[in-house]
Design a binder for this molecule. Structure first.
Ligand code: GLC
Length: 742
């Protein structure tokens, strides 16, 4: 009877040949399947679905705590993370599917943050490509490799906006700008999830909800306190973009927000995420973040913390064991309703059905798949392409770059032969044992004439290598110094109170400087550094970030000019740590220091440094040069029902082809709350041959001007606006238009 009904439903919808209606039917089918399964589940089995445990890792490979295996067989585990490999996940899945009463398959999750086995540049680097297609493709390939390795779910994308380089996790995000970070968040979710019915797509997880990127003093896990206006205008939009793209899950943040831990915060998890945004995925905590509500001083003990979390809207407990050990009693005491538990379980089961795990729980456990997929040549080639487009040329004095093949090069520094740190933090199953391509290997591929001396370690205060490095430099035409942070100096739990290069590295640079040879500084780092001294000392600076498995080759491609660098910063580089937080779209203040007639003393500035960053958002050099001319507006009156077309002529006046990221900024001159001095509202990445001129067009509509006002209404207000278009956020705002609601 059920089958006939299904056939009739399909026929009915096919007569409309409307995919959306068929999709609704499939959804109803999933809802019906969820309903019928829920009716069979007892309370313990429902609670089991809310439990997420971590597999361990032994030298022999992943291992699972025996107690966890018993819990799985008792139907008390809904998901496992950190278990990889089709064979191992099949083994664990069999326990859930074949040894429990209802055979509900588990989810297997993992931190596939910037690649799975083929590691791509860290997300901050990738964002500097400003290339949404590449961002989507790196997520797609990550999903293909992760799925081949038995995984259903990644704890990515991390969509935390941050303007604080002291915070190590800026390395995992997409920089300081809401508009760009929101577009990247969307691209990542689409890349990971695609059509979840395919078995090479995985669930995404937007994290860390919310405002984790604004910790007090840049110290990880520290207190976050801000107005709802700032939360909604700056920190929430990338999460909303991820949700609108279909993000299957959200992860709660460790921090408190305005006195309430994010993991027990009904304003975030219920009011905004579910009621206002209509989220139908599931919410997982961060690692034991339910338990940590006792440390926050928000829960008296673990059972109370579990009740706060579940009632706020948390569906799954990562590694805390709180739901496992206390939720049954909380429900029996009426502290948590079974209806709320049902909501949580429904959200989790919905995603398992969407992945097709009930049709075939082992559809991701094909051991034959991985060998041909993991680090496939086309994945490695893409890793090179993405790294090339993520590396930012910050300085190139007297065009010391690109290097000439016949030049005698001294390659110096601890990162020159590095194949470990180059992958950055959160490198999943990336190979740090020889499969990554170092800069030295990349230079060998290009047949460059060079000799190498390490010179110093990354951190250790040894100078034993200085002499050899100095001698090598003296006997060269140009010195390439590969320096930077160790991968563990950024990422989670890696906040720094000093964001300069380690002292021993700066001393070596100073010694090499004394040789009088031109210095090209190549940086591997996971955050903006204070490069004020280096910028005065060396001739060229190439910001390579942590460029991934094929990163050394990509750096060499740029050093020799095979690829003309095109990346632009998505996070401001401060002149020193005292400027932090620093970002381009700041407010003007009542005493702007750059205003005409500003008081030489009594204006908003420092007495010991310029207000501007050392390198601004949107900044990055090329080996060629672009000029912008003839910015023109189709008209200067914008209303609710029309748009303005803006054009600009961009010309490549250099001696080689190059890519340019053309950026459009807008300023709202007067608002019911003060507005930023400029905001990115559009960009286009173009390629121009030598001498070529292109006319680039943007369209502005009322919706592009909206913001949350003091009444938390998302509005556009009447008044004057300025426009600037150029190759960085330091563009002059010279053209104007007026918006009127009439
Ligand atoms: C970590 C991180 C989070 C990660 C999770 C699982 O503490 O905060 O980003 O996804 O635990 O590894």
């Amino acid at each position: 009877m059920q089958t006939i009904k299904h056939i009739l439903i399909i026929l009915f919808f096919m007569s409309y040949s409307n995919k959306v209606k068929a999709f609704v039917w499939l959804q109803q089918d999933i809802e019906q399947q969820v309903d019928s399964l829920m009716q069979k589940m007892n309370l313990e089995e429902k609670i089991g679905q809310t439990v997420l445990y971590s597999s361990g890792m032994d030298i022999t490979g992943p291992v699972l705590d025996k107690a966890y295996k018993d819990h799985i067989k008792a139907g008390q585990v809904g998901a496992i993370f950190n278990a990889t490999g089709a064979a191992y996940t099949r083994k664990l899945q069999k326990l859930a599917v074949e040894e429990t009463r209802l055979g509900i398959p588990m989810l297997f999750g993992y931190d596939v943050i910037h690649g799975h086995k083929t590691i791509f540049p860290i997300p901050l680097a990738e964002s500097c490509s400003w290339d949404l297609e590449l961002a989507e493709k790196s997520a797609r390939i990550s999903a293909i490799e992760a799925a081949a390795d038995g995984l259903h779910w990644t704890f990515s994308p991390m969509v935390d906006i941050s303007r604080d380089a002291r915070w190590g996790r800026v390395s995992e995000g997409a920089g300081e700008d809401v508009y760009l970070a929101s577009l990247i968040a969307r691209a990542k979710v689409i890349g990971y999830q695609g059509d979840l019915k395919q078995n090479n797509t995985i669930l995404s997880c937007a994290k860390h909800f919310a405002a984790y990127g604004a910790p007090q003093a840049g110290r990880d896990y520290h207190t976050v306190d801000m107005s709802e206006i700032r939360l909604r205008n700056t920190f929430l939009p990338p999460f909303k973009a991820a949700l609108d793209a279909g993000a299957a899950s959200f992860m709660t943040a460790f921090n408190e927000l305005n006195g309430v831990p994010a993991t027990g915060n009904p304003f975030l998890l219920d009011e905004i995420l579910r009621k206002e945004w209509g989220f139908r995925g599931f919410v997982v905590t961060d690692y034991t973040s339910i338990n940590e509500m006792t440390h926050h001083g928000y829960a008296a003990e673990l059972k109370h913390a579990g009740e706060l979390a579940m009632n706020a809207g948390v569906d799954m407990d990562m590694q805390g064991g709180v739901y496992k050990n206390h939720l049954l009693q909380s429900i029996q005491e009426g502290k948590v309703s079974e209806a709320r538990l049902d909501e949580a379980v429904r959200a989790i089961l919905r995603m398992k059905f969407k992945l097709g795990l009930f049709e075939d729980p082992y559809r991701y456990c094909n051991e034959e798949t991985a060998p041909n997929i993991l680090m496939a040549p086309e994945h490695m080639e893409f890793a090179r392409e993405l790294a090339q487009r993520s590396i930012v040329l910050l300085k190139n004095h007297q065009e010391v770059l690109p290097l000439a093949k016949q030049q005698k090069i001294a390659l110096i520094g601890p990162m020159a032969t590095d194949e470990v740190h180059i992958l950055g933090s959160w490198a999943a199953q990336g190979d740090r044992a020889g499969k990554a391509v170092s800069l030295k290997e990349g230079m060998e591929v290009h047949g460059l004439r060079f000799a190498y001396a390490q010179g110093c370690e990354i951190l250790k205060d040894y100078r034993v290598g200085f002499e050899q490095a100095i001698a090598l430099a003296k006997d060269s035409d140009v010195v390439v110094m590969a320096m930077g942070e160790a991968e563990y100096m950024s990422g989670e739990a890696a906040s720094r109170t000093n964001i300069q290069l380690p002292a021993v590295q700066r001393e070596l640079i100073a010694e090499i400087k004394k040789t009088g040879k031109p210095i090209v500084l190549v940086l591997y780092n996971g955050r903006p550094l204070d490069l004020t001294w280096e910028n005065q000392t060396v001739d060229a600076i190439l910001e390579a970030w942590f460029p991934g498995t094929n990163g050394g080759l990509a750096v060499a491609d740029i050093l020799v000019g095979e690829y003309n660098p095109s990346a632009k910063l998505t996070l401001s580089f401060p002149r020193n740590i005292g400027q932090i937080p620093i970002f381009y779209n700041q407010k003007n203040t009542g005493r702007p220091a750059d205003a005409e007639g500003a008081h030489p003393r009594y204006s908003s500035k420092y007495i010991d440094a310029d207000n501007s960053p050392l390198f601004a958002f949107g900044y990055g050099l090329s080996y060629t040069k672009f000029i912008y001319e003839n910015i023109a507006l189709s008209h200067d009156k914008l209303g609710p029902n029309n748009s303005i077309s803006i054009s600009v002529e961009v010309t490549n006046i250099g001696d080689r082809a190059g890519e340019e990221i053309v950026q459009l900024y807008i300023r709202d001159m007067v608002g019911s709350i003060t507005r930023p001095v400029k905001e990115l509202k559009g960009f286009q990445k173009i390629t121009l041959q030598k001498g070529e001129r292109q006319t680039i067009r943007f369209t502005i509509e009322a919706n592009d001007l909206k913001f949350y006002n003091k009444d938390l209404e998302f509005v556009v207000e009447e008044g004057d606006f300025l426009i600037g278009i150029g190759g960085s956020s330091e563009v002059a705002m010279k053209h104007s238009f007026t918006y009127s609601n009439k």
